[in-house]
Design a binder for this molecule. Structure first.
Ligand SMILES: *[C@@H]1O[C@H](CO)[C@@H](O)[C@H](O)[C@H]1NC(C)=O
Ligand SMILES: *[C@@H]1O[C@H](CO)[C@@H](O)[C@H](O)[C@H]1NC(C)=O
Ligand SMILES: *[C@@H]1O[C@H](CO)[C@@H](O)[C@H](O)[C@H]1NC(C)=O
Ligand SMILES: *[C@@H]1O[C@H](CO)[C@@H](O)[C@H](O)[C@H]1NC(C)=O
Ligand SMILES: *[C@@H]1O[C@H](CO)[C@@H](O)[C@H](O)[C@H]1NC(C)=O
Ligand SMILES: *[C@@H]1O[C@H](CO)[C@@H](O)[C@H](O)[C@H]1NC(C)=O
Ligand SMILES: *[C@@H]1O[C@H](CO)[C@@H](O)[C@H](O)[C@H]1NC(C)=O
Ligand SMILES: *[C@@H]1O[C@H](CO)[C@@H](O)[C@H](O)[C@H]1NC(C)=O
Length: 306
């Protein structure tokens, strides 16, 4: 079983990147597939049984799936439709994609489409506050973001109104045609609601739809063209915190048997007050994978490291 999965992955990997990776610190567990398309999968994540971390009494959150049926192989959290596009072990972060929500009207002000895109972030993943924005685009637009931090419910959002395309902000998202808001760090189970004040009546000719999405800070540039461009583009990158469990380092260290930070590594809290969990980091001067053991004095640097 394992061998079959491994060979599938080997086929997908180019010879040069294989050679480069072979000489470098282990990022996956030995004998485990470590590439999906051009993405290197680092332990504690893994593709398939025995290749990912498994803590006692926890449902496995680190078992990923590589889908080879897509145009380029795509990596999925568990076997969901959440696509992982980047790993940053050092910062305890993943880049995933989320789908924009959309709220559209026809010329007579009838709602013809209200599709709430899935921003699927389940524990132990949580949204990074500093690295993302919640953005809404439109001229008759009210957008809300609901979620939980710890067990506290939370709402944030923004609104934007304009009655003339020439009034719309030219190249910044600052409230006319586009609005944005910060996201509280550690937000979980996010949900979007998107609606309008007057069904886009009077502005329909240039703006029939509103859009809302979470996006990695700096990865969306608003302009007047965005109204059209967003009809085609639905997926946006966002940064999520990944954590081992939902306790703090102090608590995790007491459970020695299950403590995942290996030799030459330390434990880091995402935020010790929000239940965002902890992750492992190599100690200063060490490199490699903190969940397998870090090494000091490396002379080669790892090209796949983000
Ligand atoms: C990996 O592949 C994706 C999709 O084909 C591409 O967008 C991305 O730039 C590639 N990344 C690297 C580091 O080659
Ligand atoms: C890991 O995921 C694969 C594919 O979804 C599944 O067949 C397997 O049972 C999972 N293993 C564990 C331990 O969850
Ligand atoms: C893999 O991707 C294809 C094409 O997008 C899709 O039809 C299929 O359901 C996916 N398989 C899994 C297991 O997600
Ligand atoms: C839109 O603004 C332009 C430039 O300020 C103006 O010429 C035009 O009359 C305005 N249109 C409407 C419908 O207000
Ligand atoms: C952690 O969360 C608390 C409570 O929400 C917040 O006040 C604090 O600024 C956060 N700390 C960091 C380092 O993000
Ligand atoms: C949480 O972190 C702050 C600094 O970020 C620290 O002062 C405080 O002692 C920590 N609390 C616990 C319970 O670890
Ligand atoms: C932490 O996880 C446990 C088990 O998965 C769950 O019962 C508990 O409610 C979680 N606590 C928080 C603060 O999310
Ligand atoms: C920890 O670092 C030391 C010094 O570089 C090294 O000798 C040792 O093998 C490392 N431990 C692991 C598990 O890699």
């Amino acid at each position: 079983m394992l061998r079959i999965k491994l060979s599938l992955v080997l086929l997908a990997a180019s010879t040069t990147s294989m050679l480069a990776a072979a000489a470098l610190p282990p990022q996956a567990k030995p004998n485990c597939p470590y590439q999906c398309g051009n993405l290197t999968v680092p332990y504690p994540y893994g593709i398939g049984d025995d290749c990912h971390i498994q803590l006692k009494g926890q449902e496995s959150q680190y078992n990923l799936t590589c889908n080879h049926s897509t145009k380029t192989p795509s990596l999925h959290w568990k076997n969901s439709d959440v696509t992982i596009t980047k790993f940053s072990l050092a910062e305890g972060e993943l880049q995933i994609t989320n789908q924009a929500s959309k709220d559209c009207y026809n010329e007579n002000g009838l709602q013809i489409d209200n599709s709430i895109g899935g921003i699927r972030v389940f524990p132990p993943l949580s949204i990074s506050g500093p690295k993302n924005k919640f953005i809404a685009v439109g001229c008759d637009t009210r957008a809300f973001l609901f979620g939980y931090r710890g067990d506290q419910a939370f709402i944030t959002g923004c609104m934007s109104g304009c009655n003339n395309l020439s009034a719309v902000d030219q190249n910044s998202c600052s409230g006319v045609g586009c609005c944005q808001t910060n996201i509280p760090d550690g937000l979980k189970n996010p949900r979007v609601r998107l609606n309008s004040f007057s069904n886009h009546v009077g502005i329909w000719s240039f703006n029939p739809c509103s859009y809302a999405f979470i996006v990695q800070d700096g990865s969306f540039d608003f302009s007047r063209k965005s109204f059209q461009e967003l009809e085609k583009r639905r997926r946006f990158p966002m940064i999520v915190n990944f954590a081992i469990g939902n306790v703090t380092c102090d608590v995790a260290k007491k459970n020695i048997e299950d403590y995942p930070c290996k030799e030459n590594s330390t434990c880091a809290d995402h935020n010790n007050t929000t239940g965002s969990g902890y992750y492992c980091q190599c100690q200063k001067g060490y490199e490699g994978n903190p969940y397998l053991g870090c090494q000091g004095n490396l002379t080669v640097s790892y090209p796949f490291r983000d």
